[in-house]
Design a protein around this ligand. Sequence first.
Ligand SMILES: Cc1cc2nc3c(=O)[nH]c(=O)nc-3n(C[C@H](O)[C@H](O)[C@H](O)COP(=O)(O)OP(=O)(O)OC[C@H]3O[C@@H](n4cnc5c(N)ncnc54)[C@H](O)[C@@H]3O)c2cc1C
Length: 461
Amino acid sequence: MTERIVVVGADAAGMSAASQAKRIAGDAVQIVAFERGTHSSYSACGIPYWVAGDVDGPERLVARSPEAHRRNGIDLRMRTEVEEIDLTAGRVTARDLAAGRSYRESFDALVIATGAVPVRPPLSGADAAGVFGVQTLDDGAALLAYLERTQPRRAVVVGGGYIGVEMAEALVRRGAAVTVVDQAAHPMTTLDPDMGAAVHRTMEEIGIDVRTDTTVIGFETGSDRRIRSVVTADSSIPADVVVLGLGVRPDTALGKSAGLPLGDHGGLRTNVQMQVLGHDQVWAGGDCVEVLNLVSGQYQHVALGTHANKQGRVIGHNLAGSYATFPGVVGTAVSKVCHLEIARTGLRERDANRAGFAYVTVTVRSDTKAGYFPGARPMTVKMIAERRSGRLLGVQIVGREGSAKRIDTAATALWNRMTVEEMTALDLAYAPPFSPVWDPILVASRKAAAAVRQTGADRGP
Ligand SMILES: Cc1cc2nc3c(=O)[nH]c(=O)nc-3n(C[C@H](O)[C@H](O)[C@H](O)COP(=O)(O)OP(=O)(O)OC[C@H]3O[C@@H](n4cnc5c(N)ncnc54)[C@H](O)[C@@H]3O)c2cc1C
């Protein structure tokens, strides 16, 4: 009997699931996918680089168009929003947004891949002309059209997370004077404050006005309803354009009203096959779910495309009767602002404290290539290891070109629960154009191993 699968959300998680299931099961599955937006399988990750002018868009940022999905046998219905899920009856109610009519579709299996909702400040003026979010390709197109039409001189980015700093770079490169406002002491709170301080300094050197420990309390508009300034407790920052990068929360309104279980961070909770807990016929993946952090042992919400694609693929395998699992994450992420690369994996100090680990930290400064080699650039590695056992807990990197992807070595070590002592023996590649003879990860491991040995020599816990 043909199994009927309904997919809600046609981006990374949803269409990875649909495509994988179709690839394996062929005609044994009939797949209907609903997408309320105008693009399928698109890369929101490319928006900052599109705005900066590095890549063309929006077509180049679409991995697979609706037509391509349809050619692969998936019945993808664009501009159609799923309004309700009835788990008992096994059907969804969908609204064709163009035609303005609702209808029902039944399912044997349901995939929820609704993504995340960007946080918007509940402040007057937040919806003024000239204030933009950058969640979808349509958002990117609207921002670009505005930038090209108005040629703004002064841009304010609210939020200094990775999307905020990437958008700050894009606006700098378009010639705007950029201010970044953030509540925290330093941008990039996904790093520890000492590493965030390095990002802060570099952003200021680039010429970005970074206002930290600063809360936005309003947006002033002119009589034309266009943004004029961003208001904080002690100042008013003139702005011709504002970009919001305040983070996201899981989009689980549909699942919640259908009675599906949510975790502490508001995401759907699944087992390792990405099956929603207690609901064998419902699968969920991507930004709408919570994931297990394999280092802390705690659930968290991590909105990253890398996980959404993998989880979608796992769902597709399982829907097709194959078997695959998504065991969890170690918390790896990478970003950049102009020439500064930023990377992290595992736990920050505050995560380690929250999880109850006693730990040592070391920070080393090294170079991306042999010191004498043309183009060698400085980089800083911070490493966190458990006291006594020496188990690696986390690594953060900031540095110039060639720094960030070294985080993958640390992520692999974390995944395999290596100790920093074991890491000192890793057979990492060396030639002068690529690395100093002691790779910065090896130098940090050596120093961390020495610090761990010292804790072993100390009395006490
Ligand atoms: C500017 C930016 C830069 C990023 N950079 C990176 C990066 O460098 N690296 C990285 O790993 N990640 C990055 N991300 C995050 C990454 O894009 C997301 O994690 C990924 O897109 C999540 O995929 P998803 O399928 O779970 O959700 P989404 O991509 O959000 O897709 C969900 C889809 O569901 C649709 N939908 C929701 N509700 C309904 C409904 N009721 N009916 C029908 N359709 C519905 C939405 O319209 C949406 O298209 C970035 C994100 C942004 C915004």
